[in-house]
Design a protein around this ligand. Structure first.
Ligand SMILES: *[C@@H]1O[C@H](CO)[C@@H](O)[C@H](O)[C@H]1NC(C)=O
Ligand SMILES: *[C@@H]1O[C@H](CO)[C@@H](O)[C@H](O)[C@H]1NC(C)=O
Length: 155
């Protein structure tokens, strides 16, 4: 289920109240990550491409793009933002990853609600993988809504 929504929807409320620098860095990381994926094409695990290979392809694509753009400080920043995401090496990178997952289960919930289906696999595949407190609180909220919906359905 790969649907790219406007980037702003990746910014749940708690993040809006975070320091500007944090929010800005999250947006930058999300953009760079989306560009890399867009160049390489959305390779999903089901395509059988190993994670390391996907990562290598994306890095090569970004490097090439930066070269075309003439290198320099901006190119360095782009590479750093991408590495930060790949390495999980900042709070911002972890937030962007979490929101990707939150976005996925939110879409799953919308789909379930609209079509009266149960899509456990999306919730199972993200369970325990959310790393930040903000991400966890959003996932908890979505799970709570889902559980109350499922309970109502059974009664
Ligand atoms: C990411 O990890 C690689 C390999 O460990 C390292 O060379 C690089 O400096 C790291 N970059 C960032 C931004 O964390
Ligand atoms: C970053 O976190 C993901 C899980 O979100 C994990 O699969 C991956 O191995 C981690 N990468 C590094 C370099 O720690």
């Amino acid at each position: 289920m790969i649907v790219h929504r406007p980037l702003l929807l990746l910014l749940p409320l708690p993040l809006i109240f975070s320091p500007c620098a944090t929010v800005l860095r999250c947006i930058k990381i999300a953009i760079v990550h989306d560009i890399a994926e867009a160049i390489v094409g959305d390779i999903t695990p089901s395509d059988g491409v190993p994670k390391a290979e996907k990562s290598r392809l994306e890095q090569a694509a970004l490097n090439e793009m930066c070269e075309i753009l003439g290198g320099g400080i901006r190119a360095e920043e782009i590479k750093e933002l991408w590495e930060e995401y790949e390495n999980n090496s900042s709070l911002e990178a972890n937030l962007v990853k979490d929101f990707d997952k939150v976005e996925m289960i939110l879409q799953a919930l919308e789909y379930e609600t609209e079509h009266g289906k149960v899509l456990d696999e999306f919730y199972l595949s993200t369970a325990g993988k959310i790393q930040t407190e903000i991400g966890k609180s959003w996932a908890a909220e979505i799970h709570a809504r889902r559980n109350s919906r499922l309970k109502n359905k059974l009664n």
